[in-house]
Design a protein around this ligand. Structure first.
Ligand code: KIV
Ligand code: ZN
Length: 514
């Protein structure tokens, strides 16, 4: 029979404590609601003693979250435990999480005490907390660097005192998987009351082993995994829960465990955490990175188109994402080009694949990434590749103050020259409104991303934009030392893509008439 793995999320506590600026109550509520919707069993909402904001937020969340159990962190101190209780008592389902360091280095140099005193305190405080709830988790901070006999003694004492979950953190992300396996199996073998508790692990990622350690600990007998969404957390972060979840799911034939997770919500929750915490994801981040389901090499693309399982072990739809992406770059083969033409609804007999592919490779070499509208242009408008840009910048002027910005832009539009001005809430808004006045395009800004290349005085701003026009997404890129100029260039680049696409559509209509 499959066994349940309890998922304990600490994005709002261990994750939040690593952020450059604290999350406000509303932001924390939004994340908590997403975690609940995703099916997380236990949400650690904060460390109430650490700040009045943490306390108030925990209290507010306790009125809102109904399905996940809530948990608050406390040091081994009565006042911390009292405050966790005070903040969560309105929830009918809460846990008090108490921690104290157990490793020699922490006991002697940080706490300046002895193991015996630590053990006494743990026992006293767990008994104290039991007056509030019988759901008590105890964490042996730096447990993975605690000598195994000391750890066994601490764990036995904590269980005798009334702890129902025992957490063994790898606080500094130092442990190797085989060592973690040995720690958990030793506890199972040597601690006589171990069956009265759930063993939990809390792994950090300093050596990149957080997820591997969590999976190994499950194999050794751990039944609760602690981590955060996207792996955010102290230093190199915590165990990324979405990775553990998908590892258990993908390898279900060899891992006989299940979780309560609503898989469809994984991607959405990851996006919410990334946006609210202002931590963009690396494109290659496992499970939720933008490249996790996109394929670039021609050989891989050919394999994927024939049978997805050749290069994809996960189904993007399972985590609430739309589909696999086949990138169009100079590494792509004919299979990828045909695939995109088919996706756009073009039958094989409406274009010449050899001619199209030759043009595609030339353009991809020049441009890098190719989009569907570029392919259409190459396939159906022979003049396009050599045509100069329809829109080009002659002049712009931006005036900005704290309330308003005014943009004046002069554009060459084919043979005409147009000059317009508009006001906006900030320079980009003003530029955008002026451009709409000039072109009359019914376009909508979807994305504006500013990045800088080489972080020196010589750095260059790169603006990437996405706009929606006639239900299609168009891209624009602009590079300049002046970020306003980079913005204007990116919009004009996008306008040229839109104009070209319109010409191609007219051409296709003409072809279809004859
Ligand atoms: O990393 C750690 O040891 C912790 C404990 C407080 C659980 O975050
Ligand atoms: Zn931690």
């Amino acid at each position: 029979m499959k066994k349940k793995i309890i998922l304990f999320d600490t994005t709002l506590r261990d994750g939040e404590q690593s952020l450059k600026s604290n999350l406000n109550t509303q932001e924390k509520i939004e994340i908590a609601l997403s975690l609940e919707e995703m099916g997380i069993d236990i949400i650690e909402v904060g460390f109430p003693m650490s700040s009045p904001n943490d306390y108030q937020t925990a209290k507010k969340i306790s009125y809102i979250i109904k399905n996940s159990k809530l948990c608050g962190l406390a040091r081994c101190k009565e006042k911390d435990i009292d405050l966790v209780y005070k903040s969560l008592k309105k929830s009918n389902n809460f846990r008090i999480h108490i921690f104290l360091a157990t490793s020699p280095i922490h006991i002697t140099t940080k706490l300046k005490t002895t193991l015996n005193k630590v053990i006494e305190k743990i026992s006293f405080m767990i008994k104290y907390a039991r007056k509030y709830t019988d759901d008590i988790e105890f964490s042996c901070e730096d447990g993975s660097r605690t000598p195994i006999n000391d750890l066994c003694l601490v764990v036995k004492t904590a269980i005798d005192a009334g702890a129902t979950t025992i957490n063994i953190p790898d606080t500094v992300g130092y442990t190797f998987p085989q060592e973690y396996y040995n720690i958990i199996s030793s506890l199972k073998k040597k601690v006589d009351n171990i069956d009265k508790c759930i063993i939990s692990v809390h792994t950090h990622n300093d050596l990149g082993m957080a997820v591997g350690n969590a999976i190994t600990a499950i194999n050794a007998g751990a039944r609760q995994i602690e981590g955060t969404i996207n792996g955010i957390g102290e230093r190199a972060g915590n165990c990324a829960l979405e990775e553990v979840i998908m590892a258990l799911y993908t390898r279900k034939k060899s891992m006989h465990f299940f979780t309560n997770i609503n898989y469809q919500k994984i991607y959405h929750t990851s996006k919410i955490v990334s946006n609210i915490c202002n931590i963009p994801l690396a494109i290659h981040k496992a499970i939720v990175g933008s490249n996790a389901f996109s394929h670039s090499s021609g050989i891989h693309q050919d394999g994927i188109i024939k049978n997805k399982k050749t290069y994809e072990i996960l189904n993007p739809q399972d985590i609430g994402l739309n589909k696999t992406k086949i990138n169009l770059t100079s590494k792509s083969g004919r299979a990828a080009v045909k695939y995109h033409m088919k996706l756009m609804g073009y039958k094989k007999n409406t274009y010449d694949i050899n001619q199209l592919y030759n043009k595609f490779i030339k353009l991809a070499d020049k441009k890098g990434q190719i989009f569907n509208y570029d392919l259409e242009a190459l396939a159906f408008n022979s003049k396009i590749e050599n045509s100069t840009e329809y829109y080009s910048l002659i002049y712009f002027n931006i005036q900005s103050n704290s309330n308003l910005s005014i943009a004046t832009i002069k554009l060459k539009c084919g043979k005409l020259t147009k000059l317009e001005a508009a006001t906006g809430l900030g320079p980009i808004d003003a530029i955008y409104k002026t451009i709409i006045k000039i072109t009359n395009y019914n376009i909508k800004f979807i994305q504006y991303v500013l990045t800088t290349k080489n972080n020196t005085e010589e750095s260059i701003g790169q603006v990437n934009i996405k706009m929606k026009y006639k239900k299609k997404i168009f891209h624009g890129i602009g590079l300049s030392k002046d970020i306003i100029k980079a913005s204007v260039i990116s919009i004009i680049n996008c306008l040229n893509n839109i104009w070209r696409s319109d010409q191609v559509q007219k051409n296709i209509m003409k072809i279809n008439k004859f």
